[in-house]
Write a protein that binds this ligand. Structure first.
Ligand code: PMP
Length: 292
């Protein structure tokens, strides 16, 4: 069955869902987006995703032509029109069509589209055995350059890092900031466990305020686990008892090797496993239902 795409106020067949070559998102990466999960008809933490979308848009001075409440309704409707119960939603707001040249004020109408589709899950092996990742040479953008907290449609920084990780035979890249502090991965936040304490880089260093990250912090605190948002270096990564990544697509995934060093016992640790389990218990019950 072909998908029904929400596109600038209407639902169109996926074949008709097209953007202009003059859209500044295509020409310059000028736009922002969200990636959202749907679990058993529940749009996971939709309100948080919408809030982050509007924060990203504000940072790049892009006025979204719908209110957050209207946007939530459009997302729900997109899911319903595609009769989905589980899947992945991509919500994109671009600067819109304008003449060649950067000037965003020449773009009179932002383009808004929402895709809701099935999701290909990561292999179970990742979760059972854990991932191997590497630190890459490409650094995360400086917070006063393009703050990586904005989920913009320009992911070249992450893409370069992904290429470097892949060339080194790893699936994910650990990215540092210009000072050498660990920041995040190309599409996931990073956590360490040391002596029972959970640590993740603070968002003021430019790590994305991941929705999964926030949920994991809440779940850990509810379990009585101490959580710190503190800068750390690769030394702390190598020295950790456990390491894991969080993201909408990956959920909570253990990391067992970083830069060829074994982390902890070299297999998913007890705190990671507990949080993976708690997270999965949450997914279908923590969000906005797509169907009434
Ligand atoms: N960091 C980056 C750079 C990301 O693109 C993402 C989203 N894929 C994340 C972290 C994780 O955020 P979330 O849990 O909201 O998906």
């Amino acid at each position: 069955m072909r998908l029904k795409i929400f596109m600038n106020g209407k639902f169109v067949d996926e074949k008709q869902a097209k953007v202009s070559v003059f859209d500044h998102c295509l020409l310059y990466g000028d736009g922002c987006f969200e990636g959202i999960r749907l679990y058993q008809g529940c749009i996971f933490r939709l309100a948080d995703h919408i809030e982050r979308l509007y924060s990203s848009a504000k940072y790049i001075m892009l006025k979204i032509p719908l209110s957050p409440v209207q946007m939530i309704e459009r997302v729900r409707e997109t899911v319903r029109r595609n009769s989905l119960r589980d899947g992945y939603i991509r919500l994109v707001v671009t600067r819109g069509v304008g003449p060649l040249g950067l000037a965003p004020w020449e773009c009179k109408k932002p383009t808004v589209f929402i895709i809701a589709d099935k999701i290909t899950l990561y292999p179970a092996e990742f979760y059972e055995k854990g991932l191997e990742i590497v630190t890459v040479p490409t650094r995360r953008s400086h917070v006063e350059s393009l703050n990586p907290r904005v989920k913009s449609c320009n992911y070249l920084n992450n893409i370069l890092a992904k290429i470097e990780a892949s060339m080194a035979g790893a699936l994910e890249a650990l990215m540092l900031d210009h000072n050498g502090f660990v920041n995040e991965c190309t599409g996931d936040n990073v956590f360490l466990v040391k002596k029972g304490v959970l640590t993740t880089p603070p968002t003021y260093l430019g790590a994305l305020r991941g929705i999964t990250r926030s949920v994991v912090i809440e779940l850990a605190r509810a379990e009585g686990i101490e959580v710190c948002e503190e800068p750390f270096t690769r030394f702390d990564v190598f020295d950790a008892d456990e390491c894991f990544l969080t993201g909408t697509a990956a959920e909570v995934v253990p990391v067992v090797k970083v830069d060829k060093r074994q982390i902890g016992k070299g297999k998913p640790g007890p705190v990671t496993k507990r949080l993976m389990k708690r997270f999965r218990e949450r997914t279908a019950a923590d969000g906005i239902m797509a169907y009434d």
